[in-house]
Design a protein around this ligand. Structure first.
Ligand SMILES: [Zn+2]
Length: 311
């Protein structure tokens, strides 16, 4: 078994993917890479993280981080750090969060390892500590041996600390199927109606289990000037601050599903939430949107949820 040169993966990609590798590789392609390159899946993941790192959006740090997480399905989901100018520094998305959100949005149910070009920061260790499969979750950093996440985060603060049975609150299977869209969207233009409906679908998969007798799901959707639409739900973390806000998650969707990161092309953004929720996203999302695309319109729509979680 040998280490993998990222360029040897590039050479195996179809011609149209060589300049810009995709953020997703299905299990069959991963198995073929492992066979052709005679490597371990861990070393393949390290090299995929290196392959995607140059596509990091790092105007603040110029520090390019690549990540590649693997699902139980064998699929691989890539991510990069995403930094934004003109707004607060806590809007930034770390590469590991980007990869995990990418996997979540594509329907993966459980992750088994994270491969990165850099040692994960404390924020990302906390974010990953909540994932189902924690006990066996591997971290594979380029140039370093594979370790379990518990070695990176001993005595982790996890959902069990709140007496929550984390097996029942898996972010990858969370659903708010009983939510109802209260805002009347019947008179909206078709493209806006379709954006709201797609965002409502994302809302039902939001994850917000960590407030006392409460839950605050939300989702954001964006439409670009070319008509492309992306949407994503809110992904709460038990330590609160590492949570993925819904607009940030929608930007991950835009980047990882289309390779487009020209935020000025966003023409419309919608935010769905329950006005009775204790956590509210609209104000923050609206000001963040202004920093991304000054002329984009912002609209919020009301959704009702049963504040007791549905399983
Ligand atoms: Zn991090």
């Amino acid at each position: 078994m040998s280490k993998v040169d990222p360029e040897s993966i590039r050479a195996l990609l179809p011609e149209n993917q060589r300049a810009q590798p995709p953020f997703f590789f299905p299990a069959e392609q991963i198995q073929k890479f492992v066979k052709d390159l005679k490597c371990t899946v861990q070393d393949l993941g390290r090299a995929l993280a290196q392959l995607i790192a140059p596509f990091a959006l790092a105007p603040l740090s110029e520090f390019h981080v690549g990540a590649c997480t693997f699902g139980q399905t064998g699929n691989a989901y890539l991510g990069v750090n995403m930094e934004f100018t003109g707004t607060t520094i806590n809007q930034n998305v770390h590469a590991e969060q980007c990869a995990i959100t990418n996997a979540w949005l594509r329907g993966e149910k459980q992750l088994v390892r994270m491969c990165t070009t850099e040692t994960p920061c404390g924020h990302c260790r906390q974010f990953m500590a909540e994932l189902p499969g924690f006990d066996e979750f591997e971290i594979c950093v380029v140039g370093k041996p594979t370790k379990l996440i518990q070695e990176f985060l001993p005595e982790a603060f996890r959902p069990v600390a709140l007496n929550i049975d984390w097996k029942k609150i898996n972010p990858f299977i969370s659903t708010f199927n009983n939510a109802t869209l209260d805002s009347d969207i019947s008179s909206l233009p078709e493209n806006q109606k379709s954006l709201v409906n797609k965002t409502f679908d994302a809302f039902k998969k939001a994850y917000s289990p960590f407030q006392i007798s409460q839950t605050s799901p939300s989702a954001a959707g964006i439409r670009l000037k070319n008509g492309d639409v992306f949407s994503a739900g809110y992904l709460e973390n038990i330590a609160f601050n590492p949570s993925m806000m819904p607009l940030n998650a929608a930007l991950v969707a835009m980047l990882t599903q289309s390779h487009n990161h020209d935020w000025s092309q966003i023409e419309s953004c919608v935010l769905l939430e329950d006005p009775k929720s204790k956590v509210q996203q609209s104000l923050c999302a609206k000001s963040f949107l202004c920093a991304l695309s000054q002329n984009a319109t912002f609209s919020s729509y009301q959704v009702s949820v049963d504040h007791k979680r549905t399983e």
